[in-house]
Write a protein that binds this ligand. Structure first.
Ligand SMILES: *Cc1c(COP(=O)(O)O)cnc(C)c1O
Length: 466
């Protein structure tokens, strides 16, 4: 399998190449040249497999011959062996139609572990075959940083620099990053906001004095391998609910459109998905795009579901590419227009194409609190604010009563204890596996919000190209 850019002019790469690359050289995102497809019999034969085996079977067509099946299976066993639940992503029934797919049993309590635990192993595997050591640089407002750090801590040939705005991430989130003492993990707290941190990271990627010396890479969800790993749990849930004989719908708390794009990939592979319900909070660019065709960025409103507080959803470009008949040159023009004006209108072809599989809903603070309380009072399930937004969307979408609706539960409620307590009156306890988080030693460099200071720090701790 090789991979092409959504903007049509970057060189094609194999799976190992796209795993180590960030953006394509033409500014686009890599996607498989074609979607592998399973027959109904092949899908039926996946039922009942342990998660790691299912993962290997679903991912092998994307990996091609970059990893032998036995090796990919080993890596999946290692990645998913670190989850605190034997099912890895257990499915729970809420009522006659509504289900919850718990994706937060990984080491850092958020669904990002599902992809990043595997990605850390893939980095190590491919880097061991030669090439320059990798310098991962990222900015985080919480969840991505802790999941990425946990995934690469102690891995060979990789150094990770994670920049967070000092005093602006929760205690749990900060400690999940700063108590990882592996020598290849470098936490940096800067004086400033998340946007300041993000701007510094972008500048580093465009700074030839940095990129000439270091092989920079990113771990955000533009990385194809992350999306690929997320396709697996759509299969896991749908198989349990009767696929391929029965259709299933999914409601997905959406920020960067990575998680829900993985659902789209599952549908392209032949999984019978009736609808993908894109759930947003008041930062609703995707809801507007899918319901009216208006994709225009405003300013971010902070909410109790911070991982969905976005202006622009990078992975939406991957969907637009497919809906455009995979015309990279046309999409490059459309995206250039968007980048210049921060607004664009979807074409009629893109709108009708999207409407065949996607629907969307927007939840405000009241909708979110209502869904949190419903889960707690009617179903005895304590959920987190991100999950609550998707559950609101699941319950308000008009899905035929015969079709099960699965809400993706993307974070453990203890990660957002204050918001959960405000809505339900209960303060969720941290699970035992992170219970001594507040006793562990922390390590973090505190730097001024100054680009030169951060670059100096990275340059003096990273391993240069050979
Ligand atoms: C990252 C994240 C999301 C959004 O996922 P995308 O792939 O960016 O759409 C939703 N919920 C939680 C808890 C997250 O950490």
């Amino acid at each position: 399998m090789d991979y092409v850019s959504t903007r049509g002019s970057a060189p094609a790469l194999d799976f190992a190449g796209v795993t180590l690359a960030g953006l394509a050289a033409d500014g686009g995102l890599y996607v498989p040249r074609e979607w592998p497809c399973f027959t109904a019999e092949e899908i039926a034969s996946l039922a009942g497999l342990p998660y790691a085996e299912l993962a290997q079977r679903v991912m092998q067509p994307f990996v091609g011959d970059c990893l032998a099946p036995a090796r990919l299976l080993e890596l999946c066993r290692q990645a998913y062996g670190r989850f605190a639940h034997a099912a890895v992503t257990p499915l729970k029934q809420l009522d006659q139609q509504q289900w919850l797919l718990e994706l937060f049993h990984g080491p850092t309590l958020a669904f990002k572990d599902v992809a990043l635990q595997l990605l850390g192993l893939l980095f190590e595997e491919f880097l061991a075959r030669g090439g320059d050591p990798l310098t991962i640089v990222g900015a985080t407002s919480g969840d991505t940083g802790s999941a990425a750090i946990d995934a690469v801590a102690g891995r060979a040939h990789v150094e990770v620099f994670m920049i967070h705005p000092r005093g602006r991430v929760s205690d749990v989130q900060r400690r999940q990053m700063t108590t990882v003492l592996a020598p290849n993990v470098h936490n940096i707290a800067i004086e400033g906001t998340f946007d300041d941190a993000q701007a510094m990271v972008k500048r580093m990627f465009g700074d030839p004095t940095v990129t000439a010396r270091f092989h920079l890479s990113a771990v955000n969800s533009i990385n194809w391998a992350r999306l690929m790993a997320q396709v697996v749990y759509y299969f896991a849930a749908a198989l349990q609910l009767g696929a391929p004989r029965r259709e299933v719908a999914f409601a997905v708390p959406t920020g960067n459109f990575g998680d829900v794009f993985a659902g789209y990939v599952a549908a392209r592979m032949g999984l019978p998905i009736a609808k993908l319900i894109v759930a947003t909070n008041v930062n609703d660019i995707l809801h507007r795009a899918l319901s009216t065709g208006d994709y225009s960025a405003g300013s971010v409103t902070p909410t109790a579901a911070p991982s969905m507080d976005i202006q622009v959803s990078s992975n939406f470009e991957r969907l637009l590419f497919d809906l455009n008949g995979r015309d990279g040159a046309a999409l490059a023009r459309q995206m250039d227009g968007f980048e210049a004006s921060r607004a664009m209108q979807l074409t009629e072809q893109q709108r009708t194409g999207a409407a065949a599989l996607f629907t969307s809903a927007r939840a405000d603070a009241g909708d979110m609190a209502h869904a949190l309380r419903w889960a707690s009072e009617a179903c005895g399930e304590v959920i987190d604010p991100h999950t609550a937004i998707a559950l609101h969307a699941a319950r308000t979408a008009e899905i035929d009563a015969s079709i099960p609706v699965v809400t993706l539960a993307t974070a453990h409620p203890a990660k957002f204890r204050d918001a959960v307590e405000r809505a339900t009156g209960h303060r969720p306890a941290l699970p035992a596996r992170v219970g001594d988080l507040f006793e562990r030693e922390e390590r973090c460099a505190v730097l001024p919000g100054d680009y030169a200071a951060v670059v100096d720090y990275v340059a003096s701790h990273a391993v240069p190209r050979s």
